[in-house]
Design a protein around this ligand. Sequence first.
Ligand SMILES: Nc1ncnc2c1ncn2[C@@H]1O[C@H](COP(=O)(O)OP(=O)(O)OP(=O)(O)O)[C@@H](O)[C@H]1O
Ligand SMILES: N[C@@H](CCO)C(=O)O
Length: 323
Amino acid sequence: MAVYTDISETDLRAFLAQYDVGELTSYKGIAEGVENSNFLLHTTRDPLILTLYEKRVDAGDLPFFLGLMQHLAEKGLSCPLPLPRHDGRLTGELSGRPAALISFLEGMWLRKPEAAHCGQVGRALAELHLAAQDFSIRRPNALSLDGWLDLWAKAGPRADEVQEGLQAEISDELDHLSGHWPKDLPTGVIHADLFQDNVFFLGDRLSGLIDFYFACNDMLAYDVAICLNAWCFQPDGSYNFAKGAALLAGYQSVRPLSANEQAALPILARGSALRFFLTRLYDWQTTPEGALVVKKDPLEYLRKLRFHRAIVSPSEYGLEIAS
Ligand SMILES: Nc1ncnc2c1ncn2[C@@H]1O[C@H](COP(=O)(O)OP(=O)(O)OP(=O)(O)O)[C@@H](O)[C@H]1O
Ligand SMILES: N[C@@H](CCO)C(=O)O
């Protein structure tokens, strides 16, 4: 359960008094997620999500994240909406943390997605990229090359405790990515964390996207690579070609990838695998013992990284390459 910061009912009621949301009837910590503290609130009106922003969220970035959710919702994308306080602000403070109330989105995330679901995810990702094209606030990706090097400087020295040889392997990988990271691909706002737990379905239909707290400006095709990693591998670590093909076809049905973007997929997938390996490794080493959170396995992403290293052509991902 991701509840790093606890709240008292008295403080919560005082926080809610600044909003027009009815009376609190109950609340509980949410047993999912690893980044922020989330609570489900029931009121005499609609259910709500209360988020307390934790270590990786810079309060200065909240106008970007919350404004993006408003922008996407206005464009017809299904995502939660931040609620304004009486004074018009979208954020306040609770238990010493920046906090916001957002609307509750109906749906469930899928534990065992199939290719048809991946197709819908690809489509929704491309729709997000197009809908965000005219979003005016910018936020550079704090978890690209420089951010990876920072994380590695902190986590690298003890990496061999997790698996022998990791220090050398990841240092080499970072050298390679530094020398080959694409520079001229189309950019825009990316979600940057569109994992299974951030996509809701009602039955077999995608009903909405949540958790925009890593969103940033970066290469659009990098977001596709993140989704290939998050959605298209089996629990045994093997790549599922049918899922990859469906995800890529769904994406391209809305926003076709250019030849350069297609060619860059393997390196982008390597970078994306390394990004999640590094945050997981760092969290593995630093999450306090008592925290109510399930730590994620960094080695899952090491295996994905090794898979991408062996890719020769992006067609191996299921990409239909125009002849
Ligand atoms: N707007 C919402 N509507 C309904 N449920 C939500 C909403 N926002 C969050 N949740 C619930 O809270 C859980 C955790 O939320 P979220 O993914 O934003 O947390 P996180 O700590 O940022 O997680 P992550 O590890 O994915 O970064 C979700 O899996 C979902 O069950
Ligand atoms: N989706 C991330 C956690 C949130 O950044 C992971 O699975 O490592």
